[in-house]
Each structure stands twice: as C-alpha cells, then as structure tokens.
Design a protein around this ligand. Structure first.
Ligand SMILES: NC(=O)c1ccc[n+]([C@@H]2O[C@H](COP(=O)([O-])OP(=O)(O)OC[C@H]3O[C@@H](n4cnc5c(N)ncnc54)[C@H](OP(=O)(O)O)[C@@H]3O)[C@@H](O)[C@H]2O)c1
Length: 393
C-alpha cells in the first residue's frame, strides 16, 4: 500500500504521516544508535512511503544525521529514489536567548539557512518552518520575508511556520509571505487549533501539520490502566511535555477514561491506541499530515494503518463524551506554552517514571547535556544550583 499524500502547493506533496526526528536528537533519547542504526530506521520509513522527514536546526545532531542518511540512500538506492525524500526543517533563531533574537539580522538568517543546506547536503531546503518563540520581540514578519527572499534565491522551496497563533500568522500572511504550513500541537488532549486557527488556515491556504498526536507515546496500551505518576518526570522531554497537557486537559483520570474509549475503538478496527488517536487528528479540518516521532522502526507497520483507518460515527460517540468533559488547554495554539515558557523547562532529575510489566516504576539515568549548551539547556544550566548539567559535559 502506498501512503496517501496531501498536496501542499502545486507540484509539492507530503505523505499524510510525516516522520518526526526530534527523537533522534542527542539530547532527546539515549536509544538512537549509531549511523547504521539510524540509516536502517529512516530507510524503513522512506521505503514505506513516509518520505518526508521533519527536523529542526536546534535538534542536536539531527540535520547532520539526516544529511548522512540521504547521501548514503542516494549511493545505495540511486538518485531518483533519494530525490523523493523531502526534509521539513525549522529555523529557530536564538532559541530562548532574547538578546540574540532582538539582534537577528539578514546575514545571520542567511548563514543559518546555509548551515542547514550544508548539514543536510542538499541544494535547496524543501520547507523551512520559522519558530518565532517570543512575540514580545519584534522581527517575526521581517524574518519571514527574508526566508521568502531565499525562495526567490533558490535556497528554499517553501516557507512555513511552527507554533503560530492566528494573530501572528495573519501578520505574516498580510505582509505577503506564502505560509505553506503551520506545524502545531494537535491531539485529543490538545484541541486548541480548533479555537479559530484551523478556520484561519483553511481560509488562507495554510496546511496544519500536527505534532503530539500520540503524546510522545502516552497514547498507547503501555500507559492504559497505569496510576498517575503525579509529575512531568519521564524518560524523555516529549513525555514530560505531553504530561503537562494532560493536566490541562483535565487530569490523569480523565486521560485514562479517554485511553479506555480509544482501546474499545482500536479493538473494533484491529489497530492500536496511537493509531486511532492520530487518525482522529488527521480527520480535523485543515490538517494535512500528522508527524509520528520515532527513534526506531518498531512501530512503523502499526502506524502505517493511520493512513487507511476510517473512524465511524459510533467511534466518535464513544470518544466525544470524554472530550466534552475536558477542561483545557484553552486559547490559541502554543499561547499557554509561550506564556509559561514551557519549552525552557529541562528535567534534570536522575529518577524518572516508566512502565514495566504493566506497573508504574521508577528508573534511574545519568543526566547528560550536549557539548554545546543552547536553548533550554542554557536556561537549565542557569537555574541549576548544583551544576548537574555542566558538570557532566
Ligand atoms: N514544532 C514543535 O514545536 C515540535 C514539538 C514537538 C515535536 N515536534 C515534531 O513532532 C515529532 C513528533 O514528536 P512528539 O514529541 O510529538 O512525539 P509523538 O509522535 O507524539 O510520540 C512519539 C513516540 O510515541 C511512541 N509510539 C509511536 N508509535 C507507537 C505505537 N504504534 N505504539 C506505541 N508507542 C508508539 C514512540 O515511543 P518509543 O520510542 O518509546 O516506542 C515514539 O517515540 C518530533 O519528532 C518533531 O519532528 C515539533
């Protein structure tokens, strides 16, 4: 079966399931493996038709890994096969460094785009998604217009955004930027895009690309029936991020009700919980694709079912009563995260929660930081009185 695709612009399509690669960043997971392991797992996705790879310039080591993957794939499978791969990267200027964001100029933007081109070993970036993480700092529209110029210069094919609310997105659109996608968190526990963003995007030719549809793995049989860990303290930053959203959603007990309803629906269709959760997102207005994060290909066969699953009215009748009782999160996409600076939080605890043989357990890990601190690592290092992060570099 070939994975269905959505046309984002004439001559440019994406599969409805995109492969997310935050999970293969040095500072996201310790289970990534060497280049051979990364090659095998990325090749499995691409061979299955999931040939759009999402990444970002601050995902530590990821653009380089994808660059090496594409080079080897081209060598082993030929140019035509490799040319089918598209990469959606992100431009995240001076992440969490307000001064740097204020000082951002055209030369720095061009240099950063050139760095992505060289890391990815491609002549043109298929899609660059801008993340202007602090709306109090002016310059978002100007930066987007520079990216638009780089389309004319042939360095970028398409410009997109990530985590934009309607107000800021409209400023870019009104300034003449052709915003092709807005990548936002969208899931059964985070339906904020339905509060106006989906409508705005549909009206303005912008496609939503959804992350978090599996809540980092919390939407799964593994977490069904497990008691509340009580704090966002898990094996990786995705799980921490989505646990906070579950609290906003109405808490762990309501989430467990949702998991039970999802399990009933999944069993009806012979699929698993994350497949139903992702399909639900894919069916929402203006959503072009869901991103499936993965650090291996073990879930690939299961997740290919996302593309073919058809949810019925009876399925929605099971899910809706739970969704109707949700208390949040409220507001537009990412507004709460931005207001609370949630992406600046780094979990430095050596103990974390996991599930083993159907029971909640505590595991121990060594807290590592990348050699070059950036973004949330900087924020954590400043706030870290015992120097855990810097001491272990
Ligand atoms: N723009 C932004 O601000 C932003 C933010 C977050 C993410 N993203 C993008 O979105 C991508 C997705 O990341 P995410 O953090 O949202 O994670 P996610 O896709 O919600 O969850 C991925 C995790 O779910 C688990 N999983 C996947 N399929 C499964 C299955 N069939 N059964 C059981 N578990 C399954 C896997 O865990 P195991 O590996 O433990 O099996 C996997 O690592 C990222 O890679 C990144 O590209 C963007």
């Amino acid at each position: 079966m070939t994975t269905p695709r959505t046309q984002l612009r004439p001559g440019y399509t994406t599969p409805v399931v995109i492969k997310g690669n935050w999970q293969i960043a040095d500072d996201h997971s310790t289970a990534v493996g060497d280049d051979d392991a990364v090659y095998e797992h990325l090749a499995a996705f691409v061979d299955a038709g999931i040939d759009t790879l999402d990444c970002g310039d601050i995902y530590y080591g990821v653009e380089e890994r994808i660059g090496r993957f594409i080079e080897r794939y081209r060598r082993e499978r030929g140019r035509a096969a490799a040319d089918r791969i598209s990469v959606h990267t992100k431009f995240i200027p001076a992440f969490l460094e307000e001064e740097g964001l204020r000082d951002l100029d055209r030369a720095t933007i061009v240099q950063t785009i050139d760095r992505s081109l060289s890391r990815l070993k491609v002549e043109s970036l298929d899609l660059v998604q801008l993340h202007w993480w602090n709306y109090d700092v002016p310059g978002n529209v100007e930066a987007a217009l520079v990216l638009q110029d780089l389309v004319q210069a042939g360095k970028i094919r398409h410009v997109g955004g990530t985590n934009y609310n309607v107000t800021e997105l409209a400023r870019m659109v009104d300034a003449g930027v052709d915003v092709v996608v807005n990548q936002v968190q969208y899931s059964l526990t985070d339906r904020r895009p339905a509060n106006g963003l989906s409508r705005y995007c549909a009206d303005n030719g912008i496609h939503l690309v959804a992350y978090g549809s599996m809540a980092g793995g919390l939407f799964s049989e593994k977490w069904l029936g497990i008691p509340d860990p009580g704090e966002p303290n898990f094996e990786n930053v995705s799980l921490d991020k989505y646990y906070r959203i579950i609290v906003d959603f109405g808490g762990w007990d309501l989430f467990q009700e949702l998991l039970r309803a999802l399990k009933t629906v999944a069993d009806r269709h012979g699929v698993s919980i994350p497949v139903v959760a992702s399909r639900w997102v894919l069916d929402q207005p203006a959503v072009a694709a869901v991103i499936q994060g993965a650090r291996h290909a073990r879930h690939l066969a299961a997740n290919l079912r996302i593309a073919e699953l058809e949810l019925t009215a009876a399925d929605h009748d099971l899910l809706n009563p739970v969704l109707d009782r949700a208390t949040g999160p409220a507001g537009d996409a990412y507004d709460l995260d931005r207001a609370e600076n949630r992406d600046a939080v780094e979990n430095l605890s050596p103990d974390y929660f996991d599930v083993e043989a159907g029971r909640l357990v505590r595991r121990h890990r060594r807290v590592e930081a990348p050699a070059e601190l950036y973004g949330h690592h900087l924020a954590a290092a400043h706030a870290d009185p015992v120097g855990t992060l810097t001491a272990q570099r």
